[in-house]
Design a protein around this ligand. Sequence first.
Ligand code: NAI
Ligand code: MG
Length: 502
Amino acid sequence: MATVVTHTPMQAGLRPAFLDGQVKRMLINGQWVAAASGKTFDSINPSTGETLAAVAEGDAEDINCAVAAARRAFEGPWSTFKPYDRQQVLLKLADLVEQHFDEFCTLDTMDMGAPISRTTGGKRRVLGMLRYYASMAVQLHGETIENSLPGEYVSYTLKEPVGVVGAIIPWNGPLSATVWKVGPALATGCTLVLKPAEEAPLTPLRFGELLLEAGVPEGVVNIVPGYGETAGAARAAHPDVDKVAFTGSHLTGQLIIRASAGNLKRVSLELGGKSPDVVFADADLAAAVPGAAMAVFSNSGQICSAGTRLFVERRIYDEFIGQVSEFAQTLQVGNSLDPNTQIGPLVPQQQLERVTGYLSLGKQEGARPVVGGERLTEGALASGYFVPPTVFADVQDNMRIAQEEIFGPVIAAIPFTDIEEVARRANATPFGLGSGVWTRDVSKAHRLARAIRAGSVWINCYQAMDPAVPFGGYKMSGYGRESGIQQLDEYLNVKAVWIRTA
Ligand code: NAI
Ligand code: MG
């Protein structure tokens, strides 16, 4: 049984002023407006089940207005902003986010349940992202290309913003997901119609207030919350949206590609995974035990690149699983606002049902829960959506708990014997997002780094991230990259210019 934090830490003074009882409106053309339908939906605190705010529920009509505003801004005032001006806006925005960072952390934590220690710990990363995009705004450039007739033609390329971007984000990290879409749009000169997840819309809306304060002109970033089937689908299908940047499940990714076909808009997809994390007997176990555990338990497993298929070399399998399970039991589960909490709730209630469904399924399939395995309902946890860190041993590769993305704090631990075998089994999944390797042997590390078909390979670490380093998927984990110049290229068109000089 994991350690449970039962007291409630919420002090009156901590409650963000943004939660003022008013309906949270959407941002269209620089104005805070109600949904055309007048509808709202509630945003819930998954630690307590409390309603935090009613939020304007956008649909196709609101998306039409927002896309029109984004188009006008793209062709109008925003196009006169020079790279330096866009850099200044991003730097101002970074300063404002820094000033209000604690408020963002509290809001993120209340709205989506990530422990406060996790949201506050993300400060360097979030601010680093904004300032990275600011630095890139003045570095985007085409190339002079030496063609095969250099005396007769000069050829060079220009990089130009793709235009209006529809961005759709999930609930598992609202602030960083917002920055991950707004940053590249502002750096490249695109305009944006952002859809927060219906489960966690508050941080993106508060972020919208700072965008206006930072001097982002009206219509450049529009924020229209709502449900996926309506507000999300309308963005993907809209004939005047030039690109969709999506983060979420592969099933929704497939719907988005279909919806995007009408105007053949560009699509980038950052989808889920079932990432392998491979531990060799020669690893530094003192680092590998907490490393492999937190590769799954961070954010209660609600991370696309979580290392959920834990392959352990057979001769240390029992010992390693025992140590990971012991470590799991030291993790404090509780209200996300408690500074001691390490494991918060699952975000929406559907997610609780989904994850507990997989816990039952794992047992039916014959896997053995070493720790965890049941929803927590003691005391104050009863009203929230809590599942403890769970380790399943005796997992076979073909079990559904070893094949499907659970998006909860659930490890499927699988023994292996040698490197060729583990490389083959690690790749036996439709996904290819993250992967981990724990070993002291550099040659094994390099061999697996090449053999694994995934967008990131973390050696003796997991989930290291940096704004300059590309992140994204192979196979059904999607295409396109976030972070790095590779992400900015997703928001840019390349134009070739030819001059006949002969
Ligand atoms: P989802 O893919 O349905 O939701 C992500 C975003 O897409 C939300 O903003 C949602 O409103 C929007 N959306 C939903 N349907 C849409 C549609 N037809 N057109 C356009 N946008 C649409 O994911 P959901 O239902 O929240 O979670 C289900 C599972 O997906 C999770 O259990 C997890 O396995 C996976 N997932 C993976 C994420 C990742 O970071 N890669 C994030 C969220 C979910
Ligand atoms: Mg959904």
